[in-house]
Design a protein around this ligand. Structure first.
Ligand code: FAD
Ligand code: UQ1
Length: 452
């Protein structure tokens, strides 16, 4: 097999067609030599390339190492530190330290898997290549995209520079999460304002979890009567699953919290401690709220590298089959987690369930068989409603509860708080990221069987 001057391979297949055949899995590994001969010698090749080393990326690299061997897997991630983001809710509420959420990326990359410390700059799935820093090309047989979701504070006028002032914080970023706790401790008298943007978000419960913690903190410190709690949300409902929405509305009533639906934060005048909201149902109408404390949940969107790329849908999300996680157009490309267009709530819990399905999907695709295991949209949101209380929301694509424990999870429970605060971090670092936690489905089946 030789390269001609025009990129035609002497096996008789044009490079482009070769890639197509490889994609549909009928050309085996023959194309591999394409990447190690002739003028492509400089190109790096791996059987499996994982892009993004967050929750989904590290998890899938561990699973792929078991499947094909460490030396055949590479993971592309620019950041030297990996964060366990779900604990930031408790960091913002002063119940955990930020340092507990961080580990060096290096310590999490499965041994033997190649860590390419770079950003992905572009995708060329027709040629099975991606481009990284310094215009370098990496080629693959299978590609897993796990790039997460992009925070867009800059879409709000006055941010991110407004975070240089006190009384404002945001649990969504490592740079601002400790400012939430500071603002809470500094609270004197006035409005405590919490926002939810007009975009998809990760962990849709987090914007209100910090509100319940803040309310509990001010009660504990005797300042509650000086505070006016306001939740301004772009949504028209408090939560997308009726069972948990009903429970939250009870809590909101009992704790005297004001909810303004369809209110979207568009500007922060941090020097004057003013937040400006638009009414999404009355275009042009804005309201200014003075705040003593402001918690911002930023607008979010797909990472820039995906927008207008061949692997993305019109919205910029990786375009995957909702049951198998296989790309709709490129059969050797897969997506997991927040960067995908899977129509479920974007959480680490969802990634756990997705990782088990994707593992199976890829196994079958590698054997030229049809993917068979189906992702049901499982996702979970431990709704922290106090310093020792959690409503454990778990649900599927149909927004129907899919609960693990044979008890009413719509109730606030201390046990669930401990699960969130103490058990989940362990499960994340030692089970999920090592590729051994595929979500609670087996336990759910077992526990519910016991009841029948
Ligand atoms: P991430 O973990 O964000 O990883 C994406 C990775 O891609 C990053 O490491 C990034 O550096 C990398 N990347 C980005 N662009 C590029 C590029 N161009 N090239 C290479 N690499 C790139 N989930 C729960 O299950 N339960 C909870 O209670 C919960 N609470 C949360 C509370 C908060 C405050 C937050 C912020 C999140 C919470 N989540 C929760 C959500 C959870 O953290 C995310 O859903 C999960 O981390 C998503 O994983 P991911 O792999 O898709 O993305
Ligand atoms: C989960 O699997 C998970 O990922 C590790 C989370 O992220 C931190 C969660 O918050 C939850 C609730 C789950 C689901 C696990 C159980 C035991 C219900």
């Amino acid at each position: 097999m030789k390269m001609s001057a025009f990129g035609v391979i002497s096996c008789g297949i044009h490079a482009h067609q070769c890639a197509q055949l490889l994609r549909i899995g009928v050309h085996g590994g023959a194309c591999r030599s394409l990447h190690v001969t002739g003028r492509y010698a400089a190109k790096e090749y791996y059987d499996v390339v994982v892009v993004g080393g967050g929750a989904g990326g590290i998890t899938m690299s561990a699973r792929m190492k078991r499947k094909v061997g460490a030396g055949k897997v590479a993971i592309i991630e620019p950041s030297e530190t990996h964060y366990y983001q779900p604990i930031w809710t408790l960091v913002g509420g002063g119940a955990k330290k930020l340092a507990s959420s961080a580990r060096p990326t290096e310590s999490l990359i499965p041994s033997g898997v190649k860590w390419i410390k770079s950003e992905v700059k572009s995708f060329d799935p027709d040629k099975n290549t991606i481009r990284i820093n310094d215009d370098k090309e990496i080629s693959y047989k299978y590609l897993i995209i796990a790039l997460g979701i992009k925070l867009q504070y800059e879409k709000i006028k006055g941010l991110p520079e407004g975070f240089n002032y006190p009384k404002i914080g945001s649990n969504y970023s490592v740079k601002t999460v400790e400012k939430t706790w500071k603002a809470l401790q500094d609270f004197k008298k006035g409005n405590a304002v919490f926002t939810f943007p007009n975009t998809p978000v990760k962990c849709a419960g987090a914007p209100q979890k910090i509100m319940y913690l803040s309310e509990a903190y001010l009660r504990k410190t005797g300042k509650r009567s000086d505070a006016n709690f306001i939740f301004n949300t772009s949504l028209g409902v408090i939560f997308g699953v009726k069972k948990y929405a009903d429970a939250l509305l009870e809590i909101i009533k009992e704790r005297n919290i004001q909810v303004n639906y369809r209110h979207n934060l568009i500007e922060v005048r941090a020097d004057k401690r003013e937040a400006v909201f638009e009414n999404l149902d009355k275009p042009g109408e804005t309201k200014v709220l003075e705040y003593e404390m402001l918690h911002v949940t930023p607008p979010m969107g797909p990472p820039d590298v995906l927008v207008n790329s061949p692997v993305a849908d019109a919205g910029g999300w990786v375009d995957v089959d909702k049951e198998t996680l296989q790309h709709k157009k490129y059969p050797n490309v897969f997506g997991i987690g927040d960067c995908t267009n899977l129509p479920t709530s974007k959480t680490a819990a969802a990634i756990a369930a997705q990782s088990a399905v994707l593992d199976k999907t890829i196994s079958l695709v590698m054997k030229n068989q049809r993917p068979s295991m189906k992702y049901d949209g499982y996702t979970s949101c431990p709704l922290v409603t106090g310093y020792n209380k959690v409503i454990l929301a778990e649900f599927d694509y149909n927004a129907q509860p899919l609960e693990t424990f044979p008890i009413d999870q719509g109730k606030e429970r201390r046990t669930m708080y401990h699960m969130k605060a103490d058990m989940m971090p362990f499960l994340y670092w030692h089970m999920l990221l090592k590729g051994y936690w595929g979500g609670p489905a087996p336990f759910r089946k077992l526990l519910h069987l016991g009841l029948k």
